[in-house]
Write a protein that binds this ligand. Structure first.
Ligand SMILES: Nc1ncnc2c1ncn2[C@@H]1O[C@H](COP(=O)(O)OP(=O)(O)O)[C@@H](O)[C@H]1O
Ligand SMILES: [Mg+2]
Length: 203
């Protein structure tokens, strides 16, 4: 039985995930809890190499999906499960919902294939809670234009991000008890307040 709590954070690029995970991490640490902050793709030395390929190299969507799951297998085995067994809180910036949103929703990859890979790589492991930062692609793009140069995913079209957003909302509807949806277009402090109020019920 795993003692820790596995929390994942989802939403299109520029939604404000990093900003709000920072706030939650600080809040949990203040309460004396062990926090393992991680991300996908990445989270391990091999995962970070895979991340560099995924963000820069052109590839077909099947290869892309397999690389995401290769990174995820390593991440689960070496980081997530050991941390949960110690009783830590694992905060992951993206996880498998992102594969359904980007590769299935955004790029039309077959969801049945993703389900097979999910079972193969995760077994029964699922996040305890998933925070979805919901925002329009227009507002997210305005934020990113001010913040950083776009990688291969961030350079996709507005229409692509509309499909990704819809796929995320669809998943949240199907697993309503796991998801906490945040209106990410609001001011950072009011999002933090909503997130920390919700997090009190997770402890
Ligand atoms: N609620 C917000 N309102 C306005 N700007 C924000 C908000 N949250 C984050 N930002 C800014 O938008 C940019 C993207 O935020 P970030 O947290 O990196 O998003 P993500 O990790 O989801 O891509 C950053 O420059 C950040 O400072
Ligand atoms: Mg981020």
């Amino acid at each position: 039985m795993q003692k820790g709590k596995f929390i994942t954070f989802e939403g299109i690029d520029g939604a404000g995930k990093t900003t709000q995970i920072d706030a939650l991490e600080f809040w949990l640490r203040e309460r004396g809890l062990e926090v393992v902050r991680t991300r996908e793709p990445g989270g391990t030395p091999l995962g970070e190499k895979i991340r560099a390929m995924l963000l820069a190299d052109d590839m077909c969507v099947a290869a892309e999906t397999l690389l995401f799951f290769a990174s995820r297998a390593e991440h689960i085995e070496r980081v997530i499960v050991p941390a949960l067994e110690r009783g830590a809180w694992v905060l992951s910036d993206r996880f498998t919902d992102a594969t359904y949103a980007y590769q299935v929703g955004g790029k039309n990859f077959d969801p049945a294939k993703v389900e097979m890979l999910e079972t193969l790589v995760q077994g029964a492991l699922q996040p305890f809670k998933t925070v979805l930062f919901d925002i329009s692609p227009e507002i997210a793009a305005q934020r990113l234009a001010r913040a950083r140069a776009a990688d291969r995913f961030e350079a996709e079209s507005r229409e692509f991000f509309r499909r990704v957003r819809e796929a995320y909302l669809d998943r949240a509807q199907r697993s309503a008890e796991r998801f906490f949806i945040v209106d990410a277009s609001r001011e950072p402090h009011s999002i933090t307040e909503a997130l920390l109020t919700e997090a009190q019920s997770w402890i």
